[in-house]
Design a protein around this ligand. Structure first.
Ligand SMILES: Cc1cc2nc3c(=O)[nH]c(=O)nc-3n(C[C@H](O)[C@H](O)[C@H](O)COP(=O)(O)OP(=O)(O)OC[C@H]3O[C@@H](n4cnc5c(N)ncnc54)[C@H](O)[C@@H]3O)c2cc1C
Length: 380
């Protein structure tokens, strides 16, 4: 395994960092305060091909490898975690599954506009009674002639308020548990699909996370992604790769927290010295620098294994678990280093703190990641 990034990966980082610092950092505070996502940012990111990161060029994407994908999410999330979430979900659990499991027609119809950033995607698995336990999904898709009729309620849909293409997981078979679920590509304008109001979130504000209701929503059979009964397989395999995205997002937040905390510790004087000269503060920073680097290695390693076509279920779970816990600690301790000022909106650390917490929850909570890792050890 090469631990050095390739020339291409270094160029990707330089380009995305420049864009993120120049264009995303300035809007991040406003997005957090108002809970809105600026549409011009979507257009600018579309030009940079951030909506089709791993999608091959002939479908309108950038055709990057998974390590570059991780670098892009990390750098974007350093500037704005809410935008990092948008890009991560759109790419890894919405566009990528259509590329992987879709027919040629589905790729042309849905994937090409998604890769070009003309259509934003979602991944609708969670329901009021089905969170960690995805086998409790109650949404149904009943076969009716050459289509299906969908009924049910999805909650916590990232990008929901601005999406055009939604991957809806629904039960098509009530007898066989393994083949119970199928996935449908449902356009936002389709009759019977209704979006609820944007959630008032603690963090990740600006991303229009909302519920989606399906009331007798009729979709043609051509909109089913994969075979009937393949839903659980598609959901679980998408989530494995999605976790590389969330780990990268957490890594970006952790690095941003570290950067501002290192700076603050040098600038803030107490007892006639900068905070950075106090042993307690140095210990905090040394531990964080080390843990952030550990999170980076785990994250890139899981992406590298994906690039090699090797199994990475355990590694992606470890990266997501570790990076999200490091992000929460880096923001909590970073806030402590900022003292009372960290508790105000004058510094970004309180936003990082609120944003980081979500990484321990979505695409499988930390407890669920531990279950995935435990299974790889032969438990459960
Ligand atoms: C900002 C945000 C964006 C989201 N975006 C999406 C999205 O785009 N698409 C989507 O489908 N979902 C999305 N979600 C939903 C998210 O994936 C779920 O919230 C998450 O999977 C947990 O489900 P739950 O909230 O129902 O919690 P529950 O499953 O009720 O869990 C509650 C607690 O119990 C623990 N727990 C549950 N089962 C076990 C167990 N077997 N062993 C040990 N502990 C357990 C959990 O870890 C957690 O601590 C999003 C959530 C948030 C907050």
């Amino acid at each position: 395994m090469h631990l050095e990034p390739s020339m291409k990966q270094m160029v990707v980082r330089r380009t995305v960092r420049k864009f993120a610092e120049g264009r995303l950092s300035p809007v991040a505070v406003e997005m957090d305060a108002t809970g809105t996502f600026p549409s011009e940012i979507i257009r600018e990111m579309a030009k940079l091909q951030y909506f089709g990161l791993e999608i091959p060029a002939h479908y309108g994407g950038a055709g990057l490898d998974a390590v570059s994908y991780a670098i892009v999410i990390e750098e974007i999330s350093k500037a704005s975690a809410a935008i990092g979430l948008c890009i991560s979900v759109h790419n890894s659990v919405s566009a990528n599954p259509i590329y992987e499991f879709g027919t040629e027609d589905q790729r042309k119809t849905f994937l090409v506009p998604m890769a070009k950033g003309q259509a934003i995607g979602t991944f609708c698995l969670t329901e009021p009674n089905a969170g960690s336990d995805v086998s409790s999904i109650g949404t149904t898709a009943i076969r009716d002639g050459n289509g299906y009729v969908l009924n049910g309620n999805k909650v916590f849909v990232t990008n929901g308020g601005m999406s055009s293409v939604n991957l809806i997981f629904a039960a098509t078979n009530t007898t066989d548990k393994q083949k119970r679920y199928s996935v449908f590509i449902v356009e936002s304008e389709r009759k019977g699909l209704e979006k609820g109001p944007t959630e008032e979130l603690m963090g990740m504000r600006g991303n229009p996370v909302c519920p989606i209701a399906l009331n007798d929503c009729r979709v043609p059979v051509e909109n089913r992604l994969g075979a009937e009964g393949q839903g659980l397989k598609i959901a679980l395999s998408s989530l494995v790769d999605g976790r590389i995205g969330i780990a990268s997002q957490a890594l970006g937040i952790a690095q941003a927290s570290l950067d501002v905390s290192l700076k603050y510790a040098k600038e803030r004087y107490q007892f006639g010295k900068p905070l950075s000269e106090f042993g307690a503060i140095q210990n905090y920073l040394v531990n964080l620098v080390t843990r952030v680097e550990g999170a980076r290695l785990l994250t890139y390693r899981s992406a590298y294994l994906k690039d090699q076509g090797l199994a990475h279920t355990k590694e992606a779970a470890m990266a997501k678990l570790y990076a999200s816990e490091v992000a929460v600690d880096a923001t909590r301790i970073g806030l402590q280093i900022h003292g009372g000022y960290g508790y105000t909106k004058a510094y970004p650390i309180e936003r990082y703190y609120r944003d980081a917490k979500a990484c321990e929850i979505y695409e499988g909570t930390s407890e669920i990641q531990r279950l995935v890792i435990a299974r790889s050890l032969g438990y459960g």
